[in-house]
Design a binder for this molecule. Sequence first.
Ligand code: ZN
Length: 79
Amino acid sequence: MGFCISCGQQHQDGIRFCRFCGNQQPGEQLLARLRQEAEQIHYLRLQAQALAQQQQLQQQQLQQQQQYSQNQYNQQPRW
Ligand SMILES: [Zn+2]
């Protein structure tokens, strides 16, 4: 079962025109292309997420290093 891209009515798979509004429905080629695009977008989003996580981790490490060196400084005896 599919849904009309124009009126949203349910109709059988593989039809070329909606029987409710008469609009042309996307063919298999178009559906395949859209699916491919969706996968690409999904993949790009995953990559972006991974990159953002990596940057966050680096920032955390940097902050920890800064805190550590600050602690070292505070622990130094001052005469
Ligand atoms: Zn329709």
